[in-house]
Design a protein around this ligand. Sequence first.
Ligand code: SF4
Length: 218
Amino acid sequence: MANFTWSFSALKQYQNCPKQYYELTVAKNFVQSPSQAMIYGNQVHSALEHYVKEGTELPKYYQRFKPLVDDLIAIPGDKLTEHRMALTKEKTPCTFGAKERWVRGIADLVIIDDDHAFIIDYKTGSDKYPDLKQLRLMSLMTFAHFPEVKKVKAGLLFVMHNNFMPEEYHRDDAEKSWESFAVPLTRLDHSYESNTWQANPTPLCKFCPVKTCEFNKT
Ligand code: SF4
């Protein structure tokens, strides 16, 4: 197996376009400039993080998110904001920056309540095409980092739409959950081993920062 580290977003980028993944993540020939939506999303995440963590008052223009977050604050348990987790290839916990890390991710909010955990991911974008798989990965990392946790309730909180999409995971199903990442990880491994990074052109190519790609017509 090739020696690489991954996160949910990196794996998704690879699945969308291996060539873009290579240019941005491996060779680092280009950088993705943050869009207005990304900048806004980061600001909201930061405001919600500090509100939950230290009780820092939400800025006036984010006050409408307060009832949603107050419901989360009311859940009993230890609240961990922007919580960083990483695992080795053996799926054992390690520090986020450890050399032996294999996969890592940051959960917006983790609440540990005895043998239950809650994982919340704030979303500032559209709730039309939710990708719940990132919650599955965070639940697997939570099971590894918190051996007492048997059940995880997780959800994507679309703050702009007042919409919460819940999921539930059980420790007994962890092996099966890992299997759901096996196919894209095998493909990614093959790309590293063979140094093959196929382009996957779509209408979104016009927004791609890989200016040298033949499919980028901007
Ligand atoms: S322009 Fe399209 S095909 Fe080329 S790297 Fe970017 S996303 Fe991939």
